[in-house]
Design a protein around this ligand. Structure first.
Ligand code: PLP
Ligand code: COI
Length: 368
């Protein structure tokens, strides 16, 4: 094995599952898979050590891991992940959407968490090999996709607080339908009062598990308040709208312009966000990346200046926001249902992702 961490292992071993799920059982699981509960037969795995670099790459049967209880991820949460989807195309082929962007963001997260870079080619090869192996798990249903979850965690057996000298990179795949139950026509969101998600200098722009752990109490509060999701305000002034627990946010105004919070280090640079910005600007629409205050949101919704708002992300795609709830009361956006612009953006994006519309930006990576 090489001691150069940038060198990719020459080959992936393929260890097929000895007893994969039978076709009729798989078909049943794919009828209404929900989100994140139905998993495919295989997974990708690559090990890293400071001494050997990336090595032992394989596609193997999906199975539980054996971890030493002193594995450092279990104590200090040195873990990052990605979320992306493989789509079934109209002609039966399969495609990924902007996978290179996920590979790049994965390495930015790795740098922030003092983890080794994973060569982009290796990230992409892991994902592509897994999709090729388990392509029969992509649901045929409208809105269905294979959600891919690449992740990396610290596996050194050591309780000292320092960057691990060993890591495991893996990709698992989950057959999914809509993220929100019933495909929610519009979601309601709770404005977190006491909890923030990320502070300047923190890990907000990294996709690390700890950010999500920190969001769970606020998300539970949102559910208690009868809402679907939580929206976070900035940590310094508790005034500026940042993002939802797992989605970016956009605002649509009555003059046809749109706005979204800027990438200031505390929010995740969403690939869906970037795609929407690019598509809207290519059409000549005015889209501002600028801070937007929660009080402004309320008064703009009440005056009618704000006509729509939506959340966006790989899992949620484009989801209209109908109601915003806080201790000051509740306000409704538009008529509380999906707005025309939100629906048009969703339709346009989904059509590109599924190969049903031209792909002027070269975002769709066809696999077969
Ligand atoms: N913000 C957070 C906190 C997320 O977890 C996600 C989902 O990945 C997003 C935004 C949207 O990012 P993307 O569009 O790349 O999926
Ligand atoms: C995604 O959209 O991929 C996310 O990561 C959001 C959530 C499922 C964590």
């Amino acid at each position: 094995m090489s001691s150069d961490p940038q060198q990719t292992p020459a080959t992936f071993r393929f260890e097929p599952h000895a007893a994969p799920v039978a076709a009729n059982e798989r078909a049943q699981r794919l009828v209404d898979p929900g989100f994140g509960r139905v998993f495919t037969d295989h997974m990708a795995m690559i090990r890293y050590s400071d001494a050997e670099g990336w090595h032992n790459a394989r596609i193997t049967a999906r199975a539980p891991l054996t971890l030493d209880p002193a594995s450092s991820v279990l104590h200090y949460a040195q873990e990052i992940f990605e979320g992306m989807k493989a789509y079934r195309l109209a002609d039966g082929g399969t495609a990924l959407f902007r996978p290179e962007a996920n590979a790049r963001r994965f390495n930015r997260s790795a740098q922030r968490m003092a983890m080794p870079d994973l060569p982009e080619a290796l990230f992409l090869e892991s994902v592509e090999r897994l999709v090729a192996t388990d392509r029969d798990w992509i649901p045929e249903s409208d809105g269905g996709a294979l959600y891919l979850r690449p992740f990396m965690f610290a596996s050194e057996v050591f309780l000292g607080v320092k960057p691990s000298s060993e890591y495991l990179f893996m990709v698992i795949a989950s057959s999914v339908g809509a993220y929100f139950k019933g495909g929610s026509p519009a979601v309601s969101i709770w404005v977190s009062q006491h909890f923030t998600r990320a502070a300047p200098g923190g890990t907000g722009e990294a996709k690390c598990g700890g950010n999500y752990a920190a969001s769970l109490l606020a998300q539970s509060e949102a559910i208690r308040q009868g809402c679907d999701q939580v929206v976070f305000l900035d940590a310094a002034e508790r005034r500026w709208v940042e993002e939802l627990g797992g989605m970016n946010v956009f605002f649509v105004f009555d003059d046809g312009s749109m706005a979204t919070p800027p990438l200031n280090g505390t929010i995740l640079p969403g690939i869906t966000r970037d795609s929407i910005l690019t598509l809207a600007r290519a059409e000549g629409l005015m889209v501002r990346e600028e801070p937007y205050a929660i009080d402004q949101w309320r008064s703009d919704a009440q005056s009618g200046r704000l006509v729509e708002a939506f959340a966006c992300g790989t899992a949620a795609v484009v989801t209209p926001i109908g109601q915003v709830v806080s201790p000051e009361g509740r306000f409704t956006i538009g008529d509380g249902g999906p707005g025309a612009r939100t629906q048009a953006i969703r339709t346009q994006l989904v059509a590109i992702q599924r190969g049903q519309a031209p792909d002027p930006h070269g975002w769709v990576k066809r696999l077969d």
